[in-house]
Design a binder for this molecule. Sequence first.
Ligand code: F6P
Length: 376
Amino acid sequence: MRKSAKRIGILTGGGDCPGLNAVIRAIVKTAENDYDIEVVGFLDGYEGLIENRFRTIRLEDVSGLLARGGTILGTSNRADPFNFPVLQGEDYVYLDRSLQAIRNLESLGLDALIAIGGDGTMAASARMLEKGLPVVGVPKTIDNDLWGTDITFGFDSALSTATEAIDKIHTTAQSHHRIMIVETMGRYAGWLALGAGLAGGGDIILIPEIPYDIDSVVDQVRSRNSLGKNFSIVVVGEGARPQGGDMVVKRVVETSPDAVRLGGISNQLAAQLEGLTNLECRVTILGHLLRGGTPTAFDRILATRFGMEAVHMVARGEIGQIVVLQGSDLGSVPIRDVAGKQRKVTPDHPWIKTARSLGICLGNPTNVPLEEYLRN
Ligand code: F6P
């Protein structure tokens, strides 16, 4: 250990997900039990650090947190310390509040900050690190798109919710002989749609990494019908798009560093499929349902391991690193390496191979190898 830490800060940033409270619990327990370190939680992500809004979290405060969804600290995805939105009159002005954030940390006598978040939080943390903020990262997101870690906590819980939803959609699809489209979140990565499609028995899975050819989707529906299967389940990621077409933007949140919010591709797809197949389509957009609820056992363990390790990293002086899972082992990589990168589904990923062998349509023509289709 370098200089022994006595007080550390934590914050949860970006979109929430199941497991955030489990990390908070693990940090507080490890900090108090192993090092006698006091934990101060900033409210609403970097917003709380900038505005000096915080609460001390002690052992007695974390009872019952392991299974609770959301985050007791609150979160925000509009709090870029370098471009912080402040309402002046009716308009927002954007101010650099990074030094204020560092001053607040120092004035509370905090030796380090553990930032729990996704790519937006890590991008901000990488810049804050350069400014002198002693930060350690913990990766979260239901999207599973953070570079450097094999998995983020929150993903398994969201996957489980999506799978349960698809199971329920299956029965009504069969009864009504319909094409049922289930849209998942996941932004520019298809992990959620692909995983839920595999786990839920989807017949067609469309992900952002493979722009779909609508005729191939129609062929799959028709070929199922010719086998007497007069319903189809389509699982589509919110970032999916037709070949030569665009992603569907649901809204633009101007005060957010990553302003674009995706959603609604399934409605476009439903209209197209109804026209081309003469079959009835219905759409279910799972949306924020995927971010709610209690974490799965897998996520509880992962979040707990991440939280514990982050405290050990602070104690070992491993500032500027983010804890990651590589295989089944914990490790760490520099936060600056993670910032600005995305981990996407690759054509050679085992889940893609599995889907292909099972005859699931991934949006490419069956007679064209996926790699070749993606090259053209
Ligand atoms: O990154 C998590 C996520 O849930 C994405 O899957 C989704 O695109 C986005 O956040 C939604 O953001 P918001 O909560 O601002 O609508």
